[in-house]
Design a protein around this ligand. Structure first.
Ligand code: ADP
Ligand code: MG
Length: 321
């Protein structure tokens, strides 16, 4: 391995040659670290907030929003846990966490009954960001869980058995208490997603600013109603996040208006722009928050994270349903 000063032309290259992609990546990492340090920390919430990121449509930005909002909050001083509940393990990839078969994972937590502390790992690039990775084993869990006792409550039990997920403030629960837990759901409404909806108190629903954005949402909302009626009465929809918003098109504006007409103040004011930087970050095993912290995508996720955090601080504007 060469060191950073060799990789980064701005640090050492007297000839001012064109930066190589590797050198650019190194610079961005430096910026990310400095940027993160300069960010004014947010106050920590009164209790751990468990947020379920769900929408049974694939490709709407669940995983992207999970990892970037989580990383943004960590950069804002929060202790954040991401639980990857999608067998594809895209969230694990995006935060550079190992998820080969055999890695302690969500499967062990959910099906094998292993403790959270045995399956949790740190994101190497973002301080205060922790992850339970998903391996491909999780694909079988949907069926294996069917015959298990209290099959809908497995994740709730596993998470709440850990003292770092607590209804107490940090002064009581301890400094290592998590402030936020984000659960990245698979694109289906099966037992995995139900487990998430039972484990969480609130939901963040990403909606892609595209044709048919609202199609299928009725199905999600009736699942939420079913979960409220039988399993988790307090589940609230605290945020709808419009993703892949293209400000140049009337279509995107139209969709966003429609979403707002439907959900009102539950919709975050920040829309996440469609951006190549956001979509290429995972191929470098990074969130856009470290890959390109000054980019519009990163700034938007930072704003969305602040909005979400504030919703918790002012109950009168908070979850409505
Ligand atoms: N703001 C964005 N700009 C551009 N591409 C995006 C953006 N958000 C997500 N994507 C891309 O869209 C695809 C689907 O996003 P993803 O977060 O994986 O959705 P889901 O988890 O809902 O299936 C991915 O390839 C991702 O990189
Ligand atoms: Mg996903």
């Amino acid at each position: 391995m060469r060191d950073l000063s060799e990789l980064s032309p701005s640090l050492s290259d007297p000839y001012g040659a064109e930066p190589t992609p590797l050198a650019q990546a190194a610079e961005h990492m430096l910026l990310a670290r400095q940027g993160a340090q300069m960010r004014e920390p947010l106050p920590r919430p009164e209790a751990t907030r468990v947020v379920v990121v769900a929408n049974q449509k694939g490709g709407v930005g669940k995983t992207t929003s999970t990892v970037n909002v989580a990383a943004a909050l960590a950069q804002l001083g929060q202790r954040v846990l991401v639980v990857d509940l999608d067998p594809q393990g895209n969230a694990s990839t995006a935060v550079a966490v190992e998820h080969r078969r055999g890695t302690p994972s969500t499967y062990d937590l959910l099906v094998e009954g292993r403790a959270l502390r045995e399956v949790v790992t740190r994101c190497p690039d973002v301080e205060r960001l922790f992850v339970v990775p998903a391996t491909i084993d999780l694909a079988g869990a949907e069926i294996e869980l069917v015959s298990v006792v209290a099959r809908e409550q497995r994740l709730h039990k596993a998470l709440h058995a850990d003292p770092r997920i607590s209804t107490e403030p940090v002064e009581v629960a301890g400094e290592d208490r998590f402030d936020f837990v984000f659960i990245d759901c698979p694109p289906s409404l099966g037992l995995l997603t139900i487990n998430a909806l039972v484990a969480g108190q609130e939901m963040l629903i990403p909606i892609q600013a595209e044709y048919y954005a609202l199609e299928g949402l009725g199905q999600l909302l009736s699942t939420v109603d079913m979960v409220r009626a039988h399993l988790n009465p307090d589940l609230a929809i605290s945020a709808i996040l419009v993703t892949m918003y293209d400000a140049r098109t009337r279509l995107a504006a139209g969709v966003a208006d429609e979403v707002r007409a439907h959900f009102g103040d539950q919709v975050l004011r920040t829309y996440i722009p469609r951006s190549v930087r956001v979509s290429e970050a995972p191929s470098y095993s990074q969130t856009v928050m470290t890959y390109d912290p000054g980019s519009p995508g990163a700034m938007s996720y930072l704003d969305a994270a602040r909005e979400l955090a504030q919703k918790g601080l002012r109950p009168q504007d908070g979850p409505a349903s």
